[in-house]
Design a protein around this ligand. Structure first.
Ligand SMILES: NC(=O)CC[C@H](N)C(=O)O
Length: 301
């Protein structure tokens, strides 16, 4: 596995066409597009890495996986009254369908749906308490108490996220946001500003794979359902493309990270900040595609 990751790193690491770094969150625009790391945590307890696998990055929307687990843990299937389970076919921050669909976002991974998930785990508690719960979940999944939130990235998003505020107010107008808009925006922006490196993220993703030594933080049924949602909606309007190329459930973030997993086998984290036309890591997608081609880990194998 280590040799394979090194080969993938060598094959892609020097690629001149790396996509574009997200600039709409000012702090993310500062990240060096030359970074490229990969880590694989296998079900037998080993971790393999290549490239910049120990450099911290902003996990952004990858956090929506942990937020969904937390929201479901809090209210169970009642969440599905407030958010759907269908791909949207639109960009992650689109406002378009919300009006037509009465304030029920298509799925929990687009921003509108993720704001509902954040509102759900926030509930009546303070943002500090809710974020404490989120960090506890991620830290126990990764078995690493050093995982933290980057406050500069969070502040940078809070200061500029007009679209997310618009989405949140719109949700509130339909009665589908219960806490105050600013509380939800603050909690969501801090959630997105969790920092990890590829090694930590691959370890944190182990709660999604089934195996004797893996952290059991959610039921098997919930794990399967989350996998289905990640496969169908985890890469926004690029979800079909990612499923076609990787054949694995995955979740991307505009920081350039992707968490994917091969059920029963391994959790995979990649990071390269340049994004493709859908806002998903360009080299990250290519790296997972190569890894699956060599390992045969597609769930459709
Ligand atoms: N796709 C993403 O990673 C988006 C997350 C980002 N925090 C936002 O809301 O815009």
């Amino acid at each position: 596995m280590k040799d394979l990751l090194d080969q993938i790193h060598t094959a892609l690491g020097g690629s001149p066409d790396r996509g574009n770094v997200a600039t709409y969150i000012p702090e993310l625009a500062k990240v060096d597009p030359g970074h490229f790391g990969i880590a694989v945590a296998t079900v037998d307890g080993q971790v393999f890495t290549a490239g910049h696998a120990d450099v911290l990055f902003s996990i952004q929307s990858v956090s929506k996986v942990f937020a969904l687990a937390l929201a479901l843990g809090k209210v169970g299937d009642a969440l599905w009254k407030r958010v759907g389970r269908e791909p949207s076919g639109l960009s992650f921050n689109s406002l378009l369908l919300l009006e037509r669909e009465n304030g029920i976002p298509r799925n929990p991974f687009i921003n509108a749906g993720a704001l509902v998930a954040t509102d759900t785990y926030l509930g009546e508690s303070s943002p500090r308490e809710a974020l404490g719960q989120l960090l506890r979940f991620i830290r126990s999944a990764a078995d690493d108490d050093t995982i933290h939130i980057n406050d500069e990235v969070a502040a940078s998003e809070v200061a500029t996220c007009h679209r997310n505020r618009a989405l949140a107010h719109y949700l509130a107008s339909f009665g589908n946001l219960h806490a105050e808009v600013e509380k939800v925006i603050g909690t969501y922006s801090h959630q997105c500003a969790v920092e990890m490196n590829c090694r930590q993220l691959a370890l944190a993703g182990r709660f999604l794979i089934n195996g004797p030594g893996m952290p059991r933080l959610i039921s098997s049924e919930r794990r399967r359902r989350m996998a289905a949602l990640m496969m169908t909606c985890g890469h926004y309007d690029g979800s079909g493309d990612f499923a076609f190329r990787a054949g694995l459930p995955g979740k991307s973030g505009v920081g350039g990270g992707i968490l994917a997993f091969a059920p029963g086998r391994a959790s995979i984290a990649v990071w390269s900040p340049g994004l493709n036309e859908y806002g998903n890591s360009k080299l990250g997608t290519e790296a997972i595609e190569l890894l699956v081609r060599e390992t045969g880990w597609s769930v459709f194998a």
